[in-house]
Design a binder for this molecule. Sequence first.
Ligand code: URP
Ligand code: ZN
Ligand code: ZN
Length: 483
Amino acid sequence: SESNQFCDAGIEYGEPGCGISSSSSKILIKGGTVVNAHKEEVADVYVEDGIIIAVKPNIKVGDDVTVLDATGKFVMPGGIDPHTHLAVENGVLESIDDFFSGQAAALAGGTTMHIDFVFPVRGSLTAGINSFKFFMAYKGAVMINDEILLEGLKKCKSLGALAMVHAENGDAVYEGQKRMIELGIIGPEGHALSRPPMRFSLHDLALIPLQLEGEATSRAICLAGFVNTPLYVVHVMSIDAMEEIATARKQGQRVIGEPIVSGLALDESGLWDPDFVTAAKFVMSPPIRASGHDKALQAALSTGILQLVGTDHATYNSTQKALGIDDFRKIPNGVNGIEERMHLVWDIMVESGQISATDYVRITSTECARIFNIYPRKGAIFPGSDADIIILNPNSSFEITAKSHHSRSDTNVYEGRRGKGKVEVTIAGGRIVWENDELKVVPGSGKYVEMPPFSYLFNGIDKGDAKYLSSLQAPVKRFKSTD
Ligand code: URP
Ligand code: ZN
Ligand code: ZN
């Protein structure tokens, strides 16, 4: 398992000792369209000492207040990325983005908080962790079997912690990888071919679902249902996995599905790039799928089958990726996204007309805050909420390149991508940390956010347990035959 660690972004960027941020602790955001998950309205937002004090039209202030004009722009809760791996050790090496560069990238892209995975050392868990991730893949490394998954689900339920799964059939993936190597397919394309979502049927020569991801998703859902505890499926990458979640939710089971930006915005074609460095940067698990899965995941997100968007930001530079030059199994798994998520989701989902601005706030911030039990301190622009705010200009545009991004990686899986809607200002903890394409941050200002257990997903779970018990037939009294 992995446990999560929750961090406000904003720490440790800039020269050590670079001092106090130039922005005042009093900020008025004037005339923007304030968007919360439940509604949008034209209003001013007044911030003092890191907290939102007022949200209403025509707020008057003195001259000690920094005023930002947001006319014609959207004022929204800072993004919360539910799934990142900063400074992660994969057993061989450490990812290139640590909390320093990863959080800088986050802030530059309008994300003010991220939920990071840590591999706990026995006995090292800190207070405030309310979720645990279980790996059903990575055989020989962190993969667990169903027996341990069941134990984990029971433990999570007793703690009021959310169980998360990386759902792929790890045994079959392992076998598929060996098969590719035996066939001489050693390049990054072997990564996709070893664990496809579809296979040929000999019966009618049609593509039928293979479901290495779907099978594990279904198995995890089955076991979580058996234990009667909520389940969160991380990085939903394929139609088959998404449909398992849809079915379970239709049946009333508490299952959350998290697509990630790479699954929504990319297809697998990059893995076939003749240049190894280019192809290797797309290697992550579960793999980025064929074109079509991306659109289906977008549709599922727009209709509420999937609930929030993460990134799974886990970056390795081209030197690190080159460990697998002769064997795709040795390419460190992971892609970037912490800086690109807010922009790409706006462009792909809102600019395209698939969802509203309010839905955007829900899937990039509010629902994450609710699931991890920190709403409305986070995920909302309400009086009393933390002042984590972005100003997005829908008429401005963004362009993504490794040259200008804030990650330490020398590559970017979204290289050259342009789109509409730009995060022009990021306010984290009441301070302007991103403005005019410049980061202005105070070292050490990030905070560890403690997350209480028993989120809304646990409401009524005990009633379900009681119903189950009372539905059991009374035991039958049997007598031994005496003759
Ligand atoms: O390839 C990936 N996804 N790397 C990060 C670890 C994980 O499985 O989430
Ligand atoms: Zn994973
Ligand atoms: Zn991950």
